[in-house]
Write a protein that binds this ligand. Structure first.
Ligand code: C5P
Length: 398
């Protein structure tokens, strides 16, 4: 969950600051990009050099470095962050966050940021129990900040009780859990089909099509990025997934049908992006067909329409999305498919639009929903198109 996340780690004046070094190490190991901001008092407990070495980034301590003249832009830092973690947060900085006092770089970045903020308090037990501290905790919680509760144990003062900063491993799993649960598609099972199908003529030849699978793979990646548990059913394609997902490789329309129907009932959302063959050879020759007569007639039979089959067994709480690639009378065909195949949404792309459809890295789509409302999109990269399709699905889910 933390991979490639931009994280600002604030470190305040507390003996627990020694744990911040381990924390930085774990965050870096998890693949996050870390920038550390030390409060003036925090720098008394742990050196910028330690944290800069571990985070592989310069450590920020003040707005303005008198020696170099470098100005640390708090707004830029705040907007860079995907999340801010203040660990340890002292009673003093807690009070500042609760009241809006902004007298150092960390508090200025906090006020400038729009991202989620997590704080891990560390202080002596009576300071933690004090009504002022508890009021401040409730206050910053009411602003939407998340508290990583301190643990019980022996404190630096020699006293025993609550106030020890959570252990670095606990902080990492808290972040992991919180990020997972904040993802819009967390807990949703999604199936995506992608690419072409190959229908065998003999052991050597097949009937296929030009689908590259790029759109389906972009969709599967975006859905996984939004937290969904994705099963990608892929026809023969050179595409590779970038996110963690379950991939089932198939060759023919029949294999795709078998794969889809075996898991469809468990799915919350199904998006059929594959270019499935509509016809296949009625008989597959056991041996390579020899070149003999001047012409050769192949008898074809219809494949099963997988999307329509799923549409028939769709339950009310399932979302089913189809694609329509048309060359003429696009809108009417797209609308027709919505009703005929019992879909919640159809994504139309026309081969008349340059840069749309097969093989290209771009696509130009129009989305029709069940109420037949249509949204026309500009030509975009397939990654951006995938985001638009997911936004439309999220609207249905609301
Ligand atoms: O009716 P048409 O083939 O144009 O519909 C296209 C949509 O139906 C796409 O979503 C495609 O993935 C799906 N389809 C299917 N099984 C077929 C043919 C198309 O699921 N045999």
């Amino acid at each position: 969950m933390l991979k490639n996340k931009n994280i600002i780690l604030g470190v305040c004046g507390s003996i627990a600051a020694y744990k911040s070094a381990f924390l930085v190490r774990l965050l870096v190991k998890a693949g996050a990009n870390i920038k550390v901001i030390l409060t003036p008092d925090g720098a008394n407990f742990i050196t910028p050099l330690t944290l800069a070495t571990l985070s592989k980034n310069p450590v920020y301590t003040q707005y303005f470095d008198e020696e170099t003249g470098v100005w640390s832009n708090h707004v830029e830092l705040g907007l860079w962050a995907d999340l801010i973690l203040i660990a340890p947060i002292s009673a003093n900085t807690l009070a500042k966050l609760a009241t809006g006092i902004c007298d150092n770089l960390l508090t200025a970045v906090y006020l400038s940021a729009k991202c989620p903020v997590y704080v891990a308090p560390a202080m002596d037990l009576d300071m933690w129990k004090h009504e002022t501290t508890q009021t401040n905790i409730h206050q910053i919680q009411s602003f939407g900040n998340l508290i990583i509760e301190p643990g019980d144990g022996e404190l630096a003062s020699g006293l025993y009780g609550a106030g020890r900063m959570a252990e670095p491993e606990e902080i990492i799993s808290f972040l992991d859990h919180a990020i997972k649960h904040s993802m819009p598609l967390y807990g949703k099972k999604v199936m995506v089909t992608a690419g072409p199908t190959y229908e065998a003529i003999d052991p050597v030849r097949f009937i296929g099509n030009h689908s590259s699978g790029k759109m389906g793979f972009a969709l599967a990646d975006e859905l996984a990025r939004l937290g969904a548990s994705v099963t990608l059913i892929a026809g023969p394609t050179a595409q590779k997934e970038n996110q963690i997902l379950t991939r089932i490789d198939i060759l023919s329309a029949q294999e795709m049908l078998n794969a889809c129907t075996s898991i469809f009932s468990e799915m919350d959302i199904t998006i059929m992006c594959a270019a499935v063959a509509d016809y296949r050879p009625k008989v597959i020759a056991n041996q390579k067909i020899k070149k003999q007569a001047d012409s050769l007639v192949l008898e074809l039979e219809k494949t099963v329409d997988i999307l329509a089959t799923l549409g028939k067994s769709k339950k009310a709480n399932q979302i089913l999305v189809g694609f329509a690639l048309e060359t003429h009378d696009e809108e009417n065909y797209a609308k027709g498919k919505l009703a005929q195949k019992n879909l919640d949404m159809v994504v139309l792309n026309s081969l008349n639009d340059k840069g749309a459809g097969f093989k290209s890295d771009t696509n130009k789509i129009t989305i029709f929903n069940k109420a037949l409302e249509c949204t026309v999109f500009e030509m975009k990269s397939k990654t951006a198109v995938a985001k638009d399709i997911c936004t439309a699905i999220l609207k249905i889910l609301k």
